[in-house]
Design a protein around this ligand. Structure first.
Ligand code: KG4
Ligand code: ZN
Length: 335
């Protein structure tokens, strides 16, 4: 049969990305223009600066994605775009670009949820088998999502305060590490020992919710108390102890949910899925399992990118779901 070509557009935060995905699973191109250098000196993403960069980059990135895939607009079956959640001004640039090219070339338009995209990054690695559980850990989200079929998302647990990536970035700031801090903490953690006692928020018995603000505060207090006593804490040991606490909670709750929901697959998703410690811990837990398959995307598909949006959009396309020209950015969109 005829091949299916889907364009993905992602501008929810600080990456301008356009991708072309063939038949829902093959990446023909995945161009990502990162703005990290522009936000670094502010210690975080500045929404106004993000919007401006998206405006400057979107046309260039879009043309580059078509060039690399060696196709033209006429070949596209759909334009898919992140409609939310994210920064409203950033989302708007992608949504308006998608509407403009969809309208100009008469191509179907489909809005995609950013977290659905993170989960579907896994479909670019392996075929999804249901029921499955996805651990979504990013800068803005920490969620356990149960899926019994394509396009069905049941959030069985989520963070009550900070997202995992947010906690990583705040702890990194306390240790005077550059933004985004996750990869720096991860690197330090490999060189240290988890010997500093830090809390783990298990919450109520049976709960799949998370909480990381207490842990984050405990790290900050540990640093301040040491400073007041004139002592020096090993940043490596502190990073390792913090990372161990995060991983213990994420992995334990994932394993409990896997047992309760009797899933066939576990999918890791989101920027924090790039974490070496988390990847290794999950691999260790599931490596000897014959009935549960663990899927972990490569690093480039864990952080924000448009191929994941096209992969999720491909399923919506097949289900006959279309957006109208009234599609709008929705910063608080529910999955
Ligand atoms: O999914 P993502 O690219 O953007 C959001 O949708 O939020 O995730 C970004 C987050 C940041 O908080 C960053 O510090 C974190 O992912 N991150 C990591 C690692 N690489 C990125 N956290 C821990 N370890 C890493 N190796
Ligand atoms: Zn993301």
């Amino acid at each position: 049969g005829k091949d299916q070509w889907i364009m993905g557009i992602e501008t929810s935060c600080d990456e301008t990305s356009v991708a072309i995905v063939k038949n829902g699973r093959e990446i023909a191109s995945n161009v990502v223009a990162s703005q990290i250098e522009s936000h670094k000196r502010f210690g975080g993403v500045v929404p106004e600066i993000a919007s401006r960069h998206h405006v400057e980059q979107i046309t260039i990135v879009l043309e580059e994605a078509l060039n690399q895939a060696n196709i033209s607009f006429a070949d596209l079956d759909a334009i898919t775009v992140t409609e939310g959640p994210g920064l409203v001004g950033a989302l708007l640039i992608g949504v308006n670009a998608a509407k403009a090219v969809a309208f100009a070339h008469g191509i179907p338009l489909i809005g995609v949820h950013h977290i659905a995209g993170h989960i579907y990054a896994n479909r670019l690695v392996a075929e999804m088998e249901f029921p499955l559980l996805s651990l979504v850990v990013s800068g803005g989200h920490t969620e356990l999502v149960f899926m019994k079929e394509h396009g069905h998302f049941e959030v069985i647990g989520e963070t009550r305060d900070d997202a995992a990536g947010e906690a990583y970035d705040k702890v990194a700031r306390t240790l005077s590490l550059p933004y985004p801090g996750g990869p720096h903490i991860d690197r330090l953690a490999q060189e240290g020992e988890p010997i500093i006692p830090l809390p783990r928020a298990w919450l109520e018995e049976g709960s799949y919710d998370f909480s990381f603000s207490g842990l984050k505060s405990a790290v900050i207090n540990t640093v301040h108390n040491a400073e007041q006593r004139g002592e020096k804490i090993s940043p490596e040991d502190l990073a390792a102890s913090f990372q161990q606490s995060v991983i213990d909670v994420l992995v334990t709750k994932t394993v409990n949910a896997v047992q309760e929901y009797k899933v066939k697959q576990v999918l890791l998703a989101g920027g924090v899925a790039a974490n070496k410690g988390l990847r290794a811990a999950l691999q260790e837990v599931f490596e000897n399992s014959t009935d549960i398959q663990l899927i972990i995307p490569p690093l480039s598909l864990c952080t924000d990118n448009a191929a994941m949006i096209a992969a999720a959009g491909s399923i919506l396309f097949e289900k006959g779901i279309r957006s109208t020209m009234a599609l709008n950015a929705n910063p608080g969109l529910d999955i």
